[in-house]
Design a protein around this ligand. Structure first.
Ligand code: HEC
Length: 199
């Protein structure tokens, strides 16, 4: 073997060994990668498929009875002149209002039915005592609640039940969870007349 050939073999061997070493060093990094890759793929997929990304709304509606928001399409049949309040809106806008409203209500349903999302410590969710939000009577608020010794809003009573039967921590009144649960409870009483203060 000429010395040139030997040198060439030595160089190739060095490159292979270096490659293996780098591969070994990189392995720990690769072990963490799948979760990040999956999250990245999911984000890209959601961007490409906005409709399917809202599947959670359909799924929750299949699981639980949820009242639909009002149908505002008759607004569009009215005079569409510039002076009309809804004059500048389209069918797409009306569809979007309904979908966005429904999404908040459906998110509320998911929290209402989940001890984990409510921060409960004993595995109890709202639906165990209030199936489909029964007996939550949002239409009677504000009203005096003897156990609080003051006039309560609906959210105060939601927090009372989170702290007592559910054994969780009270939600901030403007937290996304409180807003969603309140929206869901109100939505479920669609069509019931308001009667604040009623016991
Ligand atoms: C273990 C059963 C139980 C669970 C679980 C429960 N509640 Fe209650 N809830 C009650 C009882 C009992 C009352 C009546 C309390 C009273 O008026 O003194 C009540 C009252 C209410 C009221 C007021 C009803 C009215 O007539 O004014 C609301 C609103 C409410 N609950 C919401 C919730 C929400 C939201 C959850 C989940 C975070 C929840 N509850 C979980 C038992 C429960």
């Amino acid at each position: 073997m000429s010395s040139d050939t030997k040198r060439a073999i030595a160089i190739v061997a060095c490159v292979v060994v270096a490659g293996v070493l780098v591969g070994c060093l990189e392995r720990p990094k690769q072990a963490q990668a799948p979760a990040a890759i999956a999250a990245d793929h999911m984000a890209q997929w959601k961007q490409r498929n906005p409709d399917q990304a809202n599947r959670w709304v359909e799924e929750e509606r299949e699981r639980h009875k949820i009242q639909p928001p009002a149908d505002n399409s008759p607004l569009l049949k009215a005079e569409q002149g510039k002076s009309h309040v809804y004059g500048n809106y389209s069918e797409r806008d009306v569809l979007m209002w309904g979908r966005e409203t429904e999404k908040l209500v459906v998110e509320g349903s998911r929290i209402f039915h989940s001890a984990d999302r409510l921060g409960g410590t004993i595995g109890v969710s709202c639906d165990m005592c209030h199936p489909d939000a029964a007996n939550t009577h949002p239409e009677t608020y504000p009203k005096f609640q003897a156990q609080m010794g003051r006039v309560a809003l609906l959210r105060d009573m939601i927090n009372w039940c989170i702290q007592h039967p559910v054994r969780g921590k009270a939600l901030a009144p403007d937290s996304p969870e409180m807003r969603a649960v309140e929206a869901y409870i109100l939505a479920q009483r669609k069509g019931i007349a308001l009667d604040y203060g009623k016991h």
